[in-house]
Design a protein around this ligand. Structure first.
Ligand SMILES: [Fe+2]
Ligand SMILES: [Fe+2]
Length: 362
């Protein structure tokens, strides 16, 4: 049954997938919620098909082997996986719909092949039963942290792929579980809107070590658990919990800390509103001594977003300054040449000119 957007009711079930170009906005079977309704309005959808058919909720399979400990990787049996796989793919697209907007990911998710690669990587990672159950527990405990974890997994994976650091299963699992220590922090503290006391802040920060200990206790190797402990470190030694410096932080650690920061800044959190891609990148550039400059630059190239004021090189060899970007499609940049042109030119997907690098020493 087709319904106009104004006639939609909370709880209505989508009959078919809703696509915007190559991006799946909402998956069939999704239940209309208030935020989803607002999103549909924002996306300019005017009418959609709804159905009375119900879709089964995603549940953890009762798999006794999931109780086994001290195994690095336990996969579902083949038949279970086939059945489970459909649900996991659905989970991926639901999460993608929630998080994978142009205004956060720029043009990074517009490439169908890359998206398929990301989906397969997600499937491989979450098919590990221990990982799956921990993620379901995280979702139940604190839904923001659960979505954030998949967000960080996606952006870290894209950055690792861009930098040719692919194929590390430990890294994929580590990025997905990096905040698992939040499950031992009281939720009223995680979601507190007021300023935290020193003690409360100290407690929140302990999620890094708690996560490491939790994964080690469950038999995860150090090569995975380490990411819980390193994602808040900074290469200038200003991070926590150990104040590690550059030489102790691997390229994977450096990717994760950048993805984690960008994802957090561009998400709505109980205690702060989300920043736009432009604002988030400006904040990170303002603290550039904390991050690996090469990876920070690769983040901007991956999403195709260069904050206003950046000095960039163009594919025609000229240097230019970004003077304006669109908050909803931030990869559409207006630039002016540093020399020789006062009017601005638009660089977008359609233009022959592209931004090839950004100068970080500005
Ligand atoms: Fe964290
Ligand atoms: Fe995080």
């Amino acid at each position: 049954m087709k319904k106009r957007l104004g006639d939609l009711k909370i709880g209505d079930i989508l009959e078919k997938d809703i696509w915007k170009g190559d991006i799946l906005l909402l998956k069939e079977g999704s239940q209309i919620t208030k935020p989803k309704l607002e999103k549909l309005k924002r996306w300019g959808v005017t009418s959609i098909g709804v159905t009375k058919k119900t879709f089964p909720p995603l549940q953890a399979p009762s798999n006794s082997s999931s109780k086994k400990k001290n195994k690095k990787t336990i996969y579902f049996g083949k038949n279970q996986l086939m059945d489970h796989e459909v649900k996991l793919r659905k989970l991926f697209f639901e999460t993608l719909t929630e998080l994978g907007h142009d205004y956060r990911y720029g043009h990074a998710l517009q490439d169908t092949e890359k998206l398929q690669w990301l989906e397969e990587s997600f499937l491989t990672t979450i098919s590990n039963t221990e990982v799956f159950h921990l993620m379901m527990e995280l979702n139940e405990y604190d839904s923001y942290s659960y979505h954030h974890s998949i967000d960080v997994f996606m952006l870290s994976s894209l950055l690792a792929k861009r930098l040719h650091y692919i194929g590390s299963e430990d890294f994929s699992i580590g990025t997905m579980l990096h905040d698992i220590g939040k499950t031992v922090i009281p939720t009223n503290l995680l979601n507190k809107e007021d300023t935290l006391s020193d003690f409360e802040f100290h407690m929140i920060k302990s999620h890094a070590t708690e996560g490491y200990n939790l994964l080690r206790a469950k038999g995860f190797p150090k090569s995975i658990s380490r990411y819980c402990r390193t994602h808040h470190e900074r290469i200038d030694g200003s991070g926590y919990p150990r104040g590690l410096k550059a030489k102790s932080l691997t390229p994977f650690d450096r990717i994760l800390m950048i993805a984690d920061t960008y994802c957090a800044l561009t998400s709505n959190r109980p205690y702060s509103k989300s920043y736009t891609a432009n604002e988030a990148l400006l904040i990170m550039l303002g603290n550039s001594e904390q991050f690996d400059p090469t990876i920070l630059q690769q983040l901007m190239l991956e999403i195709g977003v260069f904050p206003v004021g950046s000095v960039v090189s163009l594919s025609n060899g000229k240097m230019a300054k970004v003077v304006e970007i669109n908050d909803y499609q931030p990869f559409a940049s207006f630039v002016t040449y540093l020399e020789g042109l006062k009017d601005s030119i638009l660089i977008s997907k359609e233009s022959t000119l592209s931004i090839t690098s950004i100068r970080l020493d500005q």
